[in-house]
Design a protein around this ligand. Structure first.
Ligand code: MG
Length: 393
């Protein structure tokens, strides 16, 4: 007999402006449009899940509108009446109803785990293997595209003891301009911070082989997704040749556990960027992390710039993983003008503190959900601003 029958699933898209434009190799965003799932069990417990994309379908194939449709039309009907406590069985039902759609499935699975944890009055980490970290070093991304603004932002965050790992988004300009930009920031922060770059697939193998040593000379120690997601061969060469000076991190290349196995076999990176949405949920993120652990690959707690719901869920999962970590970047809530929970997660001494209450340990403010709900505003779907190439809005 089912202990926690799933009764109802609702989904909505929010539109929340960012505090400043956030520039990546493929464009710039000035608002986030997270998809928020609310799931009720027949015992009355309610859980929340989230899938955030960056610039609609610009980061990968799924868009907020597609996620909402996949859940309403296929995933929610497949789960109605199923036992919510049988997480793997719920994933199987969703896989039978719908191929792919990892982001949509992750939002539903997240809401399910939140609802069941709340039914048991337990924090979600207890259902995910048990916590091994109470806090994780928290990175901040410098992505204004302007050196003096980036340095000002970094100095403020150092003074506030919030961040001392800074990730710089590059790849939109010429590689020589990027090297100059990163070098200026590195000089300004010398001895005070660790520097990472994320190229978001913008370079080919030759460009990466030529310019990454210059970034390493400038002081960069972690290099994220320099080449296209399919270009495992280039990742393998970079890992072998630059490995004694800096670490290569796969992000877009590592989505499924099978991707993780392929990279592990090829020894094509030193670190996996783990993101709950791209892996298709909290449990599958654990599977990818298990491959990393078995292959002596480190992990990094990545973000799709989620609100406090998705960020807290990821924090619960990351708290259960092994010790070979490179910190996390669950700073999404800080990039948004306002939040949808009553109390944000705490950042203390440069580390994100695990919110330890029932479920994911954060309480959703329904008034704030309604305030940003696209269905209640006149906003149109979010587009990426392609900068030099085109202006969409
Ligand atoms: Mg990335």
């Amino acid at each position: 007999m089912s202990r926690f029958p799933i009764e109802r699933i609702e989904v909505r898209i929010l539109d929340i402006p960012t505090i400043r434009p956030h520039k990546l190799s493929f464009g710039s965003i000035s608002r986030q449009s997270p998809v928020i799932v609310q799931l009720w069990l027949s015992n009355g417990a309610c859980g929340f899940g989230e899938a955030a994309t960056i610039g609609g379908p610009s980061w990968n194939e799924e868009s907020p509108e597609g996620i909402q449709h996949a859940i309403n039309a296929y995933l929610a009907p497949a789960l109605r009446g199923q036992d919510g406590a049988c997480f793997e069985s719920a994933l199987t039902h969703m896989d039978l109803a719908c191929k792919g759609n990892a982001f949509a499935k992750s939002a539903v699975e997240m809401a399910l785990i939140d609802a069941v944890s709340r039914s048991l009055n337990l924090p979600a980490w207890q259902l995910l293997g048990g916590k091994r970290h109470q806090s994780l070093p928290l990175a901040w991304t410098l992505a204004s595209g302007d050196v003096s603004r980036d340095l000002e932002e970094a100095q403020l965050r150092l003074a506030q003891k919030r961040h001392r790992i800074f990730k710089i988004k590059i790849g939109a300009r010429s590689p020589a301009e990027d090297v100059a930009h990163v070098s200026q920031i590195a000089r300004g922060l010398a001895g005070q911070a660790t520097l990472t770059v994320d190229i978001n697939q913008a370079w080919d193998g030759n460009t990466a082989r030529r310019y990454l040593p210059q970034l390493i000379d400038a002081g960069v120690t972690l290099i994220e997704q320099p080449v296209a997601k399919w270009n495992v061969e280039a990742l393998k060469i970079l890992t072998a040749t630059l490995g004694d000076r800096a670490s290569i991190m796969a992000d877009e290349t590592v989505c499924t556990p099978q991707d993780a196995m392929l990279l592990a076999r090829a020894q094509a990176c030193h670190v996996f960027s783990l993101k709950v949405a791209k892996h298709g949920g909290l449990l599958r993120t654990r599977q990818v992390a298990a491959v990393a652990d078995a292959a002596d690959i480190g992990w990094y707690g990545g973000t799709m710039l989620e609100t406090s719901i998705g960020s807290a869920a990821a924090a619960h999962l990351f708290s259960t993983l092994g010790t070979q970590h490179h910190g996390c970047e669950l700073f999404g809530p800080q990039l948004l003008v306002d939040d949808i929970v009553t109390e944000r997660m705490t950042i203390r001494d440069f580390e994100l503190q695990l919110p330890d209450g029932p479920g994911f340990g954060v309480e959703v403010d329904i008034g704030q959900l309604n305030r940003f709900d696209r269905a209640r505003t006149s906003l149109t779907p979010v587009h990426i601003d392609l900068g030099q190439r085109a202006t969409i809005f």
